[in-house]
Write a protein that binds this ligand. Structure first.
Ligand code: DC
Length: 224
């Protein structure tokens, strides 16, 4: 796939909890481009499979699920919601159960194929900012701007924990660190489109940067 039109494509990849989605949301508004949270799409597939009690190893059942799956992002009062087969799953896809199962679902080649095709379709003809694990390597290999956001494991667990606490969840930080490390390992080791920095991406370590500093840094790398 090549970006033959004159649209701007921005890819932000990186491990869990690096702040990609929070940064991407604010940055895309500032740049005036579409924001696509690809992790949310993998989470929604996981949610749908669990709702329907589908065994992830049952390739036929997973294919049937994908064939009938309708994912739709809707802007509601400035907040992006994700609908899966007509149900608002914005909150339901953020539970620890979904986080624990999403790597297993996202390693299934048919799932990746379907999500990648949808992501490219959404991007077509628009200025777009996507965040995920394989945007710079696979989904938008011709993106003009590619960033790989990371931070120390401790810092990523701290940020993710704060987010969960704000939603009223009780957080065991040591356990959260283990969960994040395990998810990164699974996401990095899968065969199809693993979590990997594109050769032409810029590595940004955000461990010692505030949220606003990261947004500003990326903004000024794009708008010079
Ligand atoms: O960004 P997130 O934590 O919401 O992503 C959830 C999971 O989805 C992540 O552990 C791996 C998978 N994912 C993926 O495989 N490819 C992407 N482009 C985005 C997410």
């Amino acid at each position: 796939m090549s970006n033959t039109t004159q649209t701007i494509q921005i890819a932000i990849d990186g491990p869990a909890g690096a702040g990609k989605s929070s940064v991407a949301k604010v940055l895309s508004k500032r740049l005036g481009c579409i924001y696509l949270d690809t992790g949310a799409m993998y989470r929604a597939v996981t949610w749908a499979a669990m709702e329907q009690n589908i065994d992830f190893d049952d390739a036929e059942a997973m294919q049937r699920l994908l064939d009938t799956l309708e994912l739709e992002f809707r802007d509601e009062d400035g907040v992006q919601h994700l609908y899966c087969n007509g149900t608002d799953v914005t909150e339901a896809i953020r539970t620890p159960e979904i986080s624990a199962n999403v790597s297993a679902v996202s390693m299934i080649p048919a799932v990746r194929e379907s999500m990648t095709a949808q992501q490219r379709r959404i991007a077509e003809g628009h200025d777009v900012l996507m965040d995920g694990r394989d945007i710079g390597t696979t989904v938008l290999p011709d993106a003009q701007y590619k960033f790989f956001l990371t931070a120390s494991l401790k810092e990523r667990a701290r940020r993710r924990g704060l987010e969960l606490e704000q939603k009223g969840q009780v957080v065991d930080y040591a356990q959260l660190e283990r969960d994040i490390a395990l998810r990164d390992e699974k996401d990095s080791k899968r065969e199809v489109s693993p979590l990997k920095m594109a050769e032409d991406a810029e590595l940004i370590d955000t461990s010692d940067l505030s949220f606003d500093e990261v947004v500003d840094l990326l903004y000024h790398k794009i708008i010079k």
